[in-house]
Design a protein around this ligand. Sequence first.
Ligand code: V1D
Ligand code: CA
Length: 433
Amino acid sequence: MTSSTKRRVSYFYNPEVGNFHFGPNHPMKPHRLSLTHNLILNYGLYKKMSVYKSREANLYDLKQFHSEDYIDFLSRVSPSTLHLWQEASLSRFNVGDDCPIFDGLYDFCKIYSGGSIEAAAKINGDLADIAVNWSGGLHHARKDEASGFCFINDIVLAILELLKYHPRVLYIDIDVHHGDAVQEAFYITDRVMTVSFHKYGDSFFPGTGEVSEIGDKKGKYYSVNVPLLDGIDDQTYTSIFKPVIQKTIEFYRPSAIVLQCGADSLACDRLGCFNLSIKGHGECVSYVKSFGLPTLVLGGGGYTVKNVARCWTYETSLLLDTDISNDLPFNDYFEYFGPDFQLHPDIVARFDNQNSKQYVDDIKMRVLENLRSLQHAPSVQMDRLPPDLSYFELQQEQEDEEEEEKIDVRIISGAKTDDREYYEDEFDNDRDT
Ligand code: V1D
Ligand code: CA
């Protein structure tokens, strides 16, 4: 498939998501999602994609990754009852300054997670080539604790959904922070390969993501880390992003991709220290798209609200192969975008580029060396699919064979078998327990 082929894009959004507040002085502002959606609408991009109001995740969904104790805690804690909880519970679940208990926290979690799971299901049903949930991408949440502004890990939940149909899922993370909890969730499996590009060093949060973290057991070589230094610019970033992703896809041959597009890797981010322009960030999204694989696109960090909205709107236009004007259309939040009112304002570098050619070449060499080891890992060779048969076709063949066998069994045993006990279809939205 060439990069110019138009894809069927499904877009998930719940208008409630922007109304939650982490509290005064907290950098995470869900309001950025309202700005993004409104800009997307006012550019007319909704006409070119299927727009869905995403449903909320339910308890059954959340339990696919998170512990019951932790979900129970999230569902019951609130600012007004916080004093009734033992300090031990609050510290056990790691809530506090980074992950504050705010009004509607559990609803917020269900809303952003529901969008990612539904988007993954849309890809599974082959009803979309690309599915987008800018409200998702919260890559730090662990099985039983909150971390780095993240409470529920919608990415892990979405990948688990994709794994029902896809043999190998590639996760790519361009947030300035390390995608630690997604890596950790799949560290010992070869069914998911994680690749994170991030700032590493100077105790930058979360402090993990060295090149030497490569996975373990069956997952050895299936975790890839690209630690970068302050001030990286577009040219330097893409000079390492493209070869690493190209070789990863060549060696791993994923049947689906999940792309976390944290916008805190942009220049001028309130928490970040990179120097990417919106075009440079978008080039990574376009590059991933150019492989023509089913792709789930998610948000993530991003703390300079107006730039988050610009970035994710621009990236929506790239996913739709639609050029949009540099002059912003009038929109409900127009005043946020002054004084330039442009999609691609001039960027002022706040950090010198510390990533010398020698540093980048060395990291690239070590990452590519690990990828070559993956090529020789036995499980990939054993799983090799015939090049002209897609996973879906292969699965269909297998299902047909199983169906024939099942009919034989039914004839022999006289048992009545309902297909729905075995396979979820794309219309199966009922997750109630
Ligand atoms: F600046 C702050 C003001 C108020 C509350 C928190 C912060 C803040 C800034 N940076 N917190 C951080 C990071 N936490 C720490 C820990 C505090 N300890 C002593 C260390 O440095 C957390 C940064 C989280 C980044 C989240 C993310 O961008 O990766 C993200 N991705 O998807 C959703 C969020
Ligand atoms: Ca990252």
